[in-house]
Design a protein around this ligand. Structure first.
Ligand code: FPP
Length: 248
């Protein structure tokens, strides 16, 4: 097991990851276009960011657009990109004031140049934020991230900068987009679906999983509290025995 993993029975929740699912169904239930669900989903994002700050969570990772989402109808993709631009414009000063640093993971090279610039500017502007890191997974796929990390590590091996025998889980983590970010302690997925959908495949190895039927646009601070209460009941063993974890 990687020595990157901190073995703690009832570990404090440092990193919360969320698959924000159900925007389309939320809209359909109301006879609205799918984009109305995404718009309401952005409202839920702002509520949950504030709730996580109050909870003292260090890192909040949100799966906002997967590498597979590029295959959605073009008008939905365009609308999501527009929402993201609006989110950055409206939220970056607020993030700065609240001590939130923005970090983007994923292959953003597929996004428009203006969006790439806006993302880089928002990351740079908020880089000093110490209270919480907000990780936005955009054009993100876990397999793609691992492949890109393998390529980076291989290049270093070829250039004689990395001894392949020294490559362990901890050093490999440093090649991922999430380098320097602790692995998620808890993953929440909304809307009743029970799968990982290519999100943080490497990093979720020992995460606790929590699934709720609540659709993302309806997910609020009380729902977050339920998930955190549930997490606090879990006994994390990281593949070891109870006795080992209680050893001084
Ligand atoms: C999944 O719901 C959600 C998405 C693919 C996009 C998530 C995006 C947002 C919450 C808004 C943008 C976020 C930011 C940070 C600006 P779905 O569309 O698959 O819902 P369905 O399964 O009910 O169809």
């Amino acid at each position: 097991m990687s020595d990157c993993i901190e073995l703690m029975h009832t570990a404090p929740l440092r990193h919360l990851a969320v698959i924000m699912d159900g925007n389309g169904r939320w809209a359909k239930q109301r006879g609205l276009p799918r984009i109305a669900g995404h718009r309401q989903g952005v409202e839920a994002v702002t509520v949950i960011v504030d709730a996580c700050l109050l909870q003292g969570i260090d890192v909040l990772s949100l799966y906002a657009f997967s590498s597979e989402n590029w295959g959605r109808p073009q008008d939905e993709v365009d609308a999501l990109m527009e929402l993201l631009l609006q989110f950055l414009a409206l939220q970056q000063n607020k993030m700065l004031a609240k001590g939130i640093s923005l970090r983007v993971i994923g292959d953003t090279s597929r996004m428009s140049p203006s969006l790439q610039t806006a993302l880089k500017e928002a990351e740079a502007k908020t880089a000093g934020g110490k209270r919480m890191t907000l990780v936005l997974a955009l054009s993100y796929g876990g397999r793609d991230e691992i492949l890109r990390a393998v390529k980076k590590a291989s290049r270093q091996v070829c250039q004689g900068e990395l001894d392949p025998d020294k490559l362990d889980c901890c050093t490999f983590s440093g090649f991922l987009d999430t380098a320097d970010i602790p692995d998620p302690d808890l993953l929440i997925r909304t809307s009743g679906e029970m799968r990982i959908s290519n999100f943080l495949l490497w990093q979720l190895a020992y995460a606790e999983l929590y699934f709720t039927d609540v659709l993302w646009p309806d997910f609020g601070a009380d729902d977050l509290q339920h998930a955190l209460d549930d997490y606090r009941q879990r006994k994390r063993r990281f593949g070891l025995t109870d006795e080992q974890l209680h050893e001084p």
